[in-house]
Design a protein around this ligand. Structure first.
Ligand code: FAM
Length: 433
């Protein structure tokens, strides 16, 4: 057994009594009240989910296992010559809450490498799709068609409930290990005339992805940073919640993550990174090469808002400040590409948009989210086909949601089933005050 799996087993057995106590001793304690506005308004802010893998504070942003983004990057080990920790080190950290040594991260890398071979039929399924199929559709199909490989689906009836997590762990590791090759294959199939670059077993997740994409250094570090930043944002966002919900029916990791990806493909969620880039490029085309002044940016923002559209990459359902995932990417750009014209334009928009959105007066959060910066970094390194950007988000998101469904099975969370009410009932409660 790997160190990761045995440590995870230990963490799970230490954690189980806590869940048992919550259910046994404190089950009836009230922690939240629900308003009609929340019921009709997308369940916003209702405290109804539990995860220890990440927590999103509205002011401070995301913490992974208690560490904010700079702390996470600082704490995790980095291989020689790398600016960012490996995805493998981060996977260990998300699953166990413990910072691995470089050697432990390397063991995870070797384990994922052994699992990484993508079945041939996946490539055949992808090649068989019409040329204009969206890359997110391809990614979701690739994940779904591997469902036949699921150890959980095949064997969970043979084991006790307390062992479900082990089968889920096997599936999640297999699935995660295969995603870089699947994503790079989709990219090169669609945008590089099918000129596929084979995987290398000696590289970590991020470096192997960069290699298969055909993009030189420092894109390996861009990939590590990008995947870690996009991994998890607690459990209520659409992709995490969809994955968790589907897994709660004891659907396996392939069914569950494919569902999560389908949610991520929505323009209000993960597709926003694609939309941001289209919007900025359109903006740049109308303005020409020179950096516009604040007045011109303000005017363009109002044009978008007056046309009844949202400013993509701004606003958030939970956050009420600049997304630290935005800041982390901005800092990367300041170090590596300070003079990039798109980066300078994004900075200029950042100076103006929060004020414009505040004057507009609708959004509860006028600050940028992760998506308003991520495309600019990709664009700089030559990845300019922006309808691919959500696939990158999907690969990163896998790390968080798969860690979560392993823990879901470890703690035996039941099938999720919130209660619906009718409009008549809400009106009656409304009239009664
Ligand atoms: N531009 C213009 N209007 C906006 C806006 C924006 N960026 N963000 C929110 N609003 C509007 C929103 O459409 C709503 O208007 P109506 O009352 O007319 O429906 C109003 O402000 C109140 O919305 P809210 O309560 O502040 O936000 P929600 O929690 O309903 O929605 C978002 C959150 C993210 C869907 C929303 O801010 C948005 O559409 N942003 C642009 C798209 C985007 O960047 N999505 C990516 C989010 C990201 F973090 C991710 O999931 N990857």
């Amino acid at each position: 057994m790997t160190i990761l799996k045995s440590l995870l087993e230990q963490k799970i057995s230490e954690h189980r009594p806590r869940t048992a106590r919550l259910l046994g001793e404190w089950s009836e304690v009230v922690v939240d009240a629900v308003t009609i506005g929340q019921i009709v308004g997308g369940a916003r802010d209702i405290h109804a989910l539990v995860t220890d893998i990440s927590y999103l504070d509205p002011q401070e942003g995301i913490r992974f296992r208690g560490k904010n983004i700079p702390e996470t990057f600082a704490a995790l080990p980095k291989a020689a010559g790398c600016e960012y920790p490996s995805v493998e080190a981060f996977w260990f950290f998300l699953l166990t809450g413990e910072v691995p040594s470089l050697a432990q991260a390397r063991e995870v890398q070797d384990d994922l490498s052994r699992r990484a071979a993508v079945p041939r039929y996946v490539f055949e399924v992808l090649r068989a799709q019409p040329e204009d199929t969206h890359p997110m559709t391809l990614l979701s199909m690739a994940v779904l068609c591997m469902q036949r490989e699921s150890a959980f689906a095949a064997r969970h009836r043979e084991v006790r409930k307390t062992q479900y997590w082990e089968l889920m762990y096997e599936d999640c590791c297999d699935l995660l290990a295969r995603l870089p090759e699947i994503a790079a294959f989709i990219y090169r199939l669609k945008y590089r005339q099918g000129d596929i670059i084979g995987a290398r077993s000696d590289l970590d997740f991020g470096a192997n992805f960069a290699h298969m994409m055909g993009i030189p250094r420092p894109y390996d570090d861009v990939a590590r940073m990008y995947f870690i930043l996009h991994s998890d944002h607690e459990s209520g966002n659409v992709s995490a919640h969809a994955t968790h919900l589907v897994a709660s029916a004891l659907s396996d990791a392939y069914y569950s993550f494919s569902a999560g990806l389908n949610g991520l493909a929505g323009p209000l969620h993960g597709l926003a990174n694609q939309e941001v880039l289209s919007w900025i490029l359109h903006f740049q085309q109308t303005l020409g090469d020179t950096l516009p002044d604040e007045d011109r940016v303000r005017e363009a923002l109002w044009e978008t808002l007056s046309a009844g559209q949202v400013i993509p990459g701004y606003g958030h359902a939970v956050l009420r400040r600049t997304d630290p995932r935005y800041t982390a990417q901005m800092e990367f750009c300041q170090r590596h590409m300070p003079d990039d014209p798109l980066f300078r334009l994004v900075n200029m928009i950042y100076r103006v948009a929060p004020r414009v959105l505040s004057e507009h007066g609708k959004t509860k959060n006028p600050w940028p989210n992760v998506d308003s910066h991520s495309g600019v970094v990709q664009w700089h390194y030559g990845l300019r086909e922006h309808d691919f950007y959500t696939v990158l988000f999907g690969v990163g998101r896998a790390i968080g949601v798969l860690a979560n469904i392993i823990w879901d099975r470890a703690l035996a969370y039941p099938i999720e089933r919130p209660k619906s009410v009718t409009t008549d009932m809400l009106e009656a409660w409304g009239r009664a005050g």
